[in-house]
Design a protein around this ligand. Structure first.
Ligand code: SF4
Ligand code: SF4
Length: 342
């Protein structure tokens, strides 16, 4: 593995990143299952081992989520909770997917998104897909059925769901991935199409791309919906996710992908607001920071536990800024979290 110190261009690196996520929003990525029906070469290790499978006690899970929301409301003034049901693991394989989506909105303002490989049948999408507000369909060239993917996205878009096809651009099969984007551009309905680099798999990571490939991905949005859709959904078109502040006090608006594409996403020991902006609920129910950073020192906060309410200790939630424990900030949602060099 290449030493980050040799890669990073310190002059090109900001000294502070300020998230544009509204202060009253808590973003949560929830991995409900570690079961997946694909086997992508570049899958992150441990993402689909079927060790934990999925939570079955759905009423308890919803009740515990609500306790967490109440606490963030009281202590950190959060009013809105954006949940992204995501993998590794394929979230639509969770048998309680719809029950969770319908139940979790009852007491709080919750926006739901699913990030999926889209492989469930069209019938499944017709019965379950409209329980979420947004769908990001990750397109993995080794396993995706492109005709089926187009049918699913056409159905969801025409039903009013905000959809994106996120094509994973495998450096080794770059032309094949570009061909998929070309096919998508001919679909009946104009859902979003985005080209996404693979960032964290050795041999298929951000260093694997040629200059020409990087240039292609620099403009990651390959299609946006029609003008009526744009006019009716202006709130979706925040063109930047954060503001980067530099040593000489200049500032620059950024999309999350900019940090990864420019190899400036190394923040070890920086101060980071991950606990106040973005959480992750992993397969076994543990709550961590978005990048898996440990947040709770005294108590293992587990949202699947039957005794969560009984053991719930508000003092464990004296959350504040943490020191980044990692060499690299690789996930797109993590790169725009507020952080600064001391
Ligand atoms: S779809 Fe996602 S979780 Fe499943 S094998 Fe591919 S990368 Fe891994
Ligand atoms: S890796 Fe985690 S702790 Fe480090 S900067 Fe990124 S979000 Fe913050």
């Amino acid at each position: 593995m290449t030493d980050p110190i040799n890669i990073i261009n310190l002059d090109a690196q900001p000294t502070k990143i300020v998230s544009l996520q509204p202060k009253e929003v808590l973003d949560i990525r929830f991995w409900p299952t570690d079961i997946c029906n694909f086997n992508c070469t570049y899958c992150f290790p441990g993402s689909k081992d079927a060790v934990y499978r999925y939570p079955k006690n759905i009423e308890t899970v919803i009740k515990n989520f609500n306790l967490l929301f109440d606490l963030y409301k009281d202590k950190h003034n959060k009013q809105k909770f954006n949940i992204n049901l995501v993998g590794g693991g394929e979230p639509t394989m969770w048998p309680h997917f719809k029950k969770f989506c319908d139940g979790i909105r009852q007491h709080h303002d919750v926006e739901l998104k699913v990030t999926t490989n889209g492989s469930r049948s069209l019938r499944w999408w017709e019965q379950n897909g409209l329980s979420v507000d947004k769908v990001t369909l990750s397109v993995h060239h080794e396993f995706a059925d492109i005709d089926h993917t187009i049918k699913v996205l056409d159905f969801l878009h025409s039903s009013g769901t905000i959809c994106t096809a996120l094509v994973l651009m495998d450096a080794e099969y770059f032309d094949k991935c570009k061909g998929i984007i070309d096919r998508f551009q001919e679909s009946k309905y104009p859902w979003f199409i985005e080209a996404k680099p693979i960032v964290d798999f050795e041999g298929k990571d951000s260093l694997s791309y040629t200059e020409e490939q990087k240039q292609y991905m620099k403009q990651d949005l390959k299609r946006i919906p029609d003008s009526d859709f744009v006019l009716n959904n202006m709130h979706l078109f925040r063109s930047h996710d954060s503001i980067a502040v530099y040593k000489d006090e200049t500032i620059e608006p950024k999309r999350t992908s900019d940090y990864i594409n420019s190899d400036t996403n190394y923040y070890k020991d920086w101060n980071c607001n991950v606990a106040l902006e973005n959480l992750v609920i992993i397969f076994d129910g543990t709550v961590t920071g978005s990048c898996n950073a440990e947040l709770f020192k005294d108590y293992n906060i587990n949202l699947f536990a039957e005794d969560f309410e009984e053991k719930f200790n508000k003092a464990s939630f004296n959350l504040s800024t943490i020191k980044c424990p990692f060499g690299k900030c690789s996930c797109q949602p993590d790169t725009h979290i507020t952080k600064w060099k001391f």
